[in-house]
Design a protein around this ligand. Structure first.
Ligand code: SAH
Length: 360
């Protein structure tokens, strides 16, 4: 099973649940190359005498918790599901907080609600508190509480604001993935031309479905293009736009390939404004359940500190005739900074004059 947190976490989760044997072993990435270390999979053998229904309810909760891939919007009825499946074992589990928080995709409002209800269950079991007072204690207004805005959404808001601030109307979304930003851009009439580029055909297919490209009216369809391409090669189709966005893309490139992307974007395509967002690795200590030293996504080739990002961005700006400013995205922690860092590059006036002269 895929297990973020490794064999040790698997043992911590199944250990207290009444099995006579919990055997968890990390699966190496490649047996022929032990120096590559472990994969994210663990081989788990459980032995014991449990009621099948109880064992299945544990697995129903703990497999997704270990996989830790739930990133979609989790609705409040997930709390009920968790409490139902957790009946008889979750209220007393030493890792209750981790289980609850991961199961509910780290939505803290829901996690707190679940933990409060579990606490009541525990009290009820020990003190004979009656069920009615448990139900009464569940805050009916909890659903209307403002839900924390997902970081991806905060990123899009920051990007839209920076693009408007720059007065951009023809925009490239480089490494557009499944098209969420393209979709947000389409909703604003100020963006008259939107081009999404990605190397992954699969991502583009999903993006096209999301945008309902095949059912779009002619005028809308004329505003948007999705095209396949790699950002590490110069591409004539990308020249002449007002702005380019690279949202959570650079960290997916191997570092030695980064200069090629730099040249393709800042040297060849040369839009007036370039926005680059990337994780701030310093913030990782604030993610409750991210093991120390782990990156946030399996495909991240690197994650930078604020200083590393500033150094890189400063150099790029200097080499290619841009100025650069930095904008925090998400809660700006006084110690470790924000979860996402954004650089806003603006072509310097001299360069723009040159470009206009060339065009003329
Ligand atoms: N911009 C989106 C997606 C980020 S995920 C967002 O903010 O949610 C990174 C994306 O970059 C993936 O869709 C991946 O396919 C794409 N990507 C990675 N390397 C690329 C390359 N060399 N050229 C183009 N796209 C690339």
């Amino acid at each position: 099973l895929p297990a973020r947190g490794g064999a040790e976490l698997v043992r911590k989760l199944f250990g207290p649940l009444g099995w006579s044997r919990v055997d968890a072993v990390a699966v190496p990435l490649d047996e022929q190359f032990p120096e590559w270390g472990d994969s994210r999979y663990v081989r788990l053998l459980l032995e014991g005498e449990l009621r099948l229904a109880d064992a299945l309810r544990q697995l129903y909760v703990l497999l997704p918790v270990l996989d830790d891939a739930k990133h979609y919007w989790v609705s409040p009825d997930e709390v009920d599901k968790l409490l139902r499946a957790g009946e008889g074992w979750l209220a007393d589990h030493p890792e209750q907080k981790l289980i609850t928080s991961r199961y509910l995709a780290r939505r803290w409002g829901l996690t707190r609600q679940a933990m409060e209800r579990l606490e009541l269950v525990r009290l009820a079991e020990s003190d004979d508190l009656d069920v009615e007072s448990i139900d009464n204690a569940v805050d009916e207004t909890a659903d209307t509480e403002e839900r924390p805005v997902p970081l991806a959404e905060q990123r899009r808001t920051a990007i839209l604001a920076a693009l408007s601030g720059a007065g951009a109307s023809r925009v490239l979304d480089l490494g557009c993935g499944q098209g969420q930003l393209v979709q947000a851009l389409m909703k604003d009439v100020r963006f008259t031309e939107i081009v999404g580029v990605d190397v992954s055909m699969r991502a583009l297919t999903i993006a096209s479905r999301r945008l309902k490209l095949d059912r779009m009216g002619e005028r809308q369809a004329a505003r948007v293009t999705l095209q396949q391409g790699s950002l590490t090669y110069t591409d004539k189709r990308l020249k002449g736009y007002d702005a380019a966005v690279l949202s959570e893309v650079i960290e997916h490139l191997d570092l030695p390939r980064l200069p090629a992307l730099e040249y393709a974007v800042f040297g060849s395509a040369r839009p007036r404004t370039v926005l680059v967002t990337t994780p701030n690795v310093e913030y990782n200590v604030r993610w409750e359940t991210l093991p120390a030293g782990h990156v946030r996504h399996g495909d991240h080739r690197f994650e930078w500190t604020r200083a590393e990002f500033r150094d890189w961005a400063g150099e790029v700006a200097r080499r290619h005739g841009y100025t650069v400013e930095f904008v925090p995205v998400g809660p700006d922690d006084p110690e470790v900074g924000p979860p996402t860092q954004m650089a806003v590059f603006t072509m310097t006036a001299a360069d723009e004059t040159q470009k206009e002269a060339k065009a003329a």
